[in-house]
Design a binder for this molecule. Structure first.
Ligand code: HSE
Length: 346
């Protein structure tokens, strides 16, 4: 079966995934027998196109690179908004990569709800909907017999949620803790090397690490979304944003970083989720770690998360936590996961 993909949103991550799809098309077919067509793209700024038989993805990526728009792409139906693209195209997999809004989850929640209700599989890297509406959306997906996958919402393409949900099946997880935001880790590392906060943030934005609104990174909202996802998806909780104490890195000055250095310490923005009694608790905030601690040695855009478990003790996963292709790859992993599950059902 040839999967028919529709992109809802076509920003950095969407384009990164499109590039991977193009570069690996033949290899994916030879290795896994996996084949696809991208049938639609809808982005509120770049425009929209739908071609039932599949668009020419290479040409579209060139239009976006050169003109920032896909409007001049010569074929197909133009101008359909996200909802019309989800409901009225022949896509069977919706790639929801619209910008994250951690306060409302929209428009992502509406996109995903609509897609699932129309019996389409959803893969997403959008943290808002998973952080705020995971239980509703996953229930809706199982009722409609479709997949809802979101590996890239925590630690980008570095496998983390699938490890927590599948590889660690049967183990008791007491706590999950780590560095979960590439932008702030990059900024803190660069500040230690003498750059100013603003210089470091500008580079992080250029490299595609930061959220469209970088206050989400530096004020800890992005990590808040990730601890909600870990708490609710992996640890089975029902946390809401108001349950989580949150602090970002905006209050950390160069002076603080210098002072920590004289104490052989280093600031890191840490997210934690843990069991307490019958409940799940979570917290986000900067912590001054001893430089010999493993997490203190995770620098730049790298992230690392540790699971604290009964039978395995501490299990730590480290890898890129942001970036164009690094996040795009998570969508590939989810898509192939769906493909494999559907094949097995054939
Ligand atoms: N802005 C996020 C980060 C992107 O810097 O980690 C990945 O969630």
């Amino acid at each position: 079966m040839k999967h028919r993909l529709a992109f809802i949103g076509f920003g950095t991550v969407g384009q990164g995934f499109a590039e991977i799809l193009l570069e690996k098309k033949d290899w994916l077919y030879n290795k896994y027998g996996f084949d696809y067509n991208v049938v639609a793209i809808s982005d509120p700024l770049k425009g929209a196109v739908y071609e039932e038989e599949g668009v020419d993805l290479k040409t579209i990526l060139n239009y976006v690179k050169e003109k920032g728009k896909i409007d001049e792409y010569p074929r197909g139906i133009k101008g359909w908004d996200s909802i019309k693209t989800i409901t009225s195209t022949n896509a069977n997999v919706i790639i929801e990569v619209s910008p994250t809004d951690i306060k409302t989850g929209e428009p992502g929640i509406t996109h995903i709800r609509t897609a699932i209700s129309n019996k389409k599989h959803v893969i997403t890297t959008n943290k808002g909907p998973v952080a705020l509406a995971y239980h509703e959306l996953s229930h809706l997906a199982s009722t409609n017999n479709v997949f809802f996958k979101f590996e890239g919402t925590v630690l980008a393409g570095t496998p983390l949620l699938n490890v927590g949900l599948e590889a660690l099946r049967g183990i008791k997880i007491y706590e999950i803790k780590g560095i979960m935001n590439g932008t702030t880790n990059y900024i803190l590392t660069q500040m230690e090397e003498g750059k100013s906060y603003t210089e470091a943030l500008t580079v992080a934005q250029k490299l595609g690490y930061a959220e469209s609104d970088p206050t989400a990174d530096v004020e800890g909202w992005d990590v808040l979304a990730k601890v909600l996802i870990l708490g609710n998806v992996v640890m089975g909780g029902n946390l809401k944003p108001k349950d989580v104490e949150r602090e970002g890195i905006v209050g950390i000055s160069k002076g603080d970083i210098e002072e920590a250095r004289t104490q052989d310490k280093r600031y890191k923005l840490i997210g934690r989720v843990w069991r307490e009694g019958d409940g799940i608790k979570a917290k986000v905030g900067p912590e001054k770690l001893d430089t010999r601690e493993p997490l203190a040695q995770v620098g730049g855009v790298k992230n690392a998360i540790s699971f604290f478990t009964d039978d395995l003790g501490e299990v730590t996963i480290m890898g890129p936590g942001a970036g164009r292709k690094e996040t795009g790859f998570a969508l590939m992993s989810d898509l192939l996961g769906i493909y494999k599950s559907l094949c097995c059902q054939c």
